[in-house]
Design a protein around this ligand. Sequence first.
Ligand code: SF4
Ligand code: SF4
Length: 109
Amino acid sequence: MSSEAKIIKLLRDHSLALPRGRVYVIEDRCKGCGLCIEFCPKKVLHQSERFNAKGYHPPELIEEPPLKVCIACKFCEMICPDFAIFVEEVSAEEVGGMEEGAECTNGGG
Ligand code: SF4
Ligand code: SF4
């Protein structure tokens, strides 16, 4: 069994409640600088293919549960120079358990 598989088994067996985040992106505020993507420790933010009103590609959340998920550290929120991204800490149940990802909600304008 790989070390990642062992960790996943441990998390499942002991139902460890890890913090989870629900990410909101106000797409039209984003200037596509990529800082949030670069500094996300879990590497769950990616440049989307969508264009916002300014012609930039805003970030989007792509998770690979159970390990590669948003942990609500809020680095992205703190580092964004344009206050275009924020994160709400939620329980695993609120994001549908550990098998499902957090939402990425685009708040618009
Ligand atoms: S809160 Fe942390 S883990 Fe979640 S998307 Fe932002 S930087 Fe990444
Ligand atoms: S840090 Fe802010 S402005 Fe830069 S890409 Fe992320 S959301 Fe957009």
